[in-house]
Design a protein around this ligand. Sequence first.
Ligand code: AMP
Length: 296
Amino acid sequence: MSGATVAVVIATVPSAVELRAMLDAERRTGRTVGFVPTMGALHAGHASLVRAASAADVVVVSVFVNPLQFAPSEDLAAYPRSLDADVAVAEDSGASIVFAPDEQEMYPGGRDSVLTTVAVPALAATMEGASRPTHFAGVCTVVAKLLNVVGPCTAYFGEKDFQQLAVIRRMVADLSFPVEVIGCPTLREPDGLALSSRNVYLSAEERAVAPVLQRALRAGAEAVAGGQRGADEVRSLMASIIEAAPLGALDYLEVADPTSLEALSVLTGPCRLLGAVRFGRTRLIDNVAAVPGGVR
Ligand code: AMP
């Protein structure tokens, strides 16, 4: 059964109580729920998650720019917001419900009134967490809240945010959420740049060089496939490619275990290459899989 067979073809639901009641009613009739949490400014990457979620009978997309995951110095106020366009993208991709709460609905006493924090420190301290120390606690807290509002479902997250995906998988397992987490591949521009809501911040010059991050990660993956077993050598190779390009300031490059996210030294099995680079005021992240040559 597809999402389009639900009574409500597309509804924008601002209230958590109303959403939960709608989804409970659907589940009582045996329908399954697919859920795609987003911060809006939907692009083809988000749309691919919604299409994947359409394996369920009812597809919910949430649109909420979560203040808890932005540090005071970050781009919360400037973050692109386009709810009408987002509803159209969600509908075109197969969503039946858009949950677009305001801050008051999510944090009734205001963002500073939230006294509970959900965190997975062992997976959140490095890479994105080192650069953005409060980020993952903000992500986990809002995703935990959204999963409690949506209830039993299959939830779809992009590999684009690979560390986030690992953190959420762990949170869902450790806290027994009645949720199956599905990771979806990264959608890219033809020149390799990963689609991101933040790409709109790039100047024309920055946009032209931004694919260097993906190129560096791919070169690292090719070196691993070609027999390079030293993670330091792979990191150096990737860094030299970033440093040779203009405008990009390297934040981090890592060669990590795909599940524990631990930094590796000798590569003997599948690993993940992850990086972040600043182009002016825009910080971009990306990652690719790598498999040592000869390993299956
Ligand atoms: P965001 O709106 O940035 O919080 O992202 C919402 C979801 O979309 C997250 O699970 C992201 O990983 C995913 N996502 C963002 N960009 C892409 C992309 N280029 N390809 C696939 N999924 C993506």
